[in-house]
Design a protein around this ligand. Structure first.
Ligand code: SAH
Length: 289
């Protein structure tokens, strides 16, 4: 179906700007998402809208659970999906949940396997959703994260760059708390850049599809100071690491920096996750009493 075909299908639908409704109308982007779904997958779709992705997913997966907050969208979603499931994959176990993803315990929905999450969601809830599904870095047993194998997520292009950034990134503004949160429990890659004209209505910014593959193990060893150290390092971006850590109330800062071979004048955005792990460990040893 071409873009006009998709637009025609929603011409009577009253779009709700307040819910960030920008539907995908570009079949090539929908096909790219579908490439990540295999017949054995239990898919969880967040913000399914009227089902332009869902109707394809039910043809490809073992089960699809669609969460959508908007009742009117759900009425159309139901119809759209019924037609295509009946046609080509009657065995797919399809369920719609009317509700807010941020208030949903994903582990309570889980089937026999971890979910593959697909989400083209409003960009104002990208960060809350990531925090909800990934949990804090030191939250070892986060129930939502433990219920998910990977996430195929549409984000604003600027956010995609932050999600994959590290201490070696050219644009130092990209690497920060969001990068570390995403990469602490997952491998993150940009699948492709997506034009604003792939959506109806078109948002003002370009997007990117990212793949967040969740690992069973954290990226580094955890210690009680890791999160605090990272937060302190990025709290004031213009300050050097020594000042950031001292401002956050850590003692023996210069000693710890020296012990870990960290320059007093370096900045948070030049330290790798592994550097933070080591530094926080030493800070913990010297501050805990
Ligand atoms: N994924 C669909 C729809 C994208 S628009 C597509 O690609 O065509 C984003 C959808 O997310 C909207 O339908 C909106 O109603 C829904 N949404 C917004 N906030 C939500 C929330 N907190 N929980 C669940 N769905 C939400």
């Amino acid at each position: 179906m071409d873009k006009q075909g998709y637009i025609k299908r929603i011409k009577n639908f009253k779009l709700k700007k307040s819910l960030g409704q920008n539907f995908l109308i570009d079949k090539s982007v929908i096909d790219t998402i579908l490439k990540y779904i295999t017949p054995d997958d239990d898919v969880l779709e967040i913000g399914a809208g009227v089902g332009f992705v869902t109707e394809q997913a039910v043809q490809a997966a073992k089960s699809v659970t669609a969460i959508e907050i908007d009742k009117t969208a759900i009425e159309i979603l139901e119809k759209n999906v019924k037609i295509s499931t009946l046609l080509s994959n009657p065995g797919c176990d399809f369920k719609i949940i009317e509700g807010d993803i941020l208030k949903t315990d994903i582990s309570a929905l889980k089937k026999d396997k971890k979910f593959k999450v697909v989400a083209n969601i409003p960009y104002y809830i990208t960060s809350p959703i990531l925090a909800h599904v990934l949990g804090e870095i030191d939250d070892v047993d986060n129930k939502n994260r433990n219920s998910i194998s990977e996430i195929i997520l549409m984000v604003q292009y600027e956010v995609a760059k932050r999600l994959v950034a590290n201490e070696k990134s050219n644009d130092i503004k990209d690497y920060g708390l969001l990068s570390i949160l995403a990469q602490f429990w997952a491998d993150v890659e940009i699948i492709k850049k997506v034009s604003r004209f792939s959506f109806y209505p078109s948002p003002k910014v370009d997007s990117a599809l990212v793949r967040i593959k969740i690992n069973n193990k954290p990226r580094t060893e955890l210690n009680p100071y890791l999160k605090r150290t990272i937060k302190a390092a990025f709290a004031t971006r213009r300050k050097n690491i020594k000042n950031c850590l001292q401002n956050a109330g850590f003692l023996h800062v210069e000693e710890c920096l020296k012990e870990t071979g960290t320059d007093n004048n370096t900045r948070g955005e030049k330290l790798s996750v592994e550097n933070f792990a080591r530094l926080s460990e030493v800070l913990y040893e010297k501050n805990k009493n």
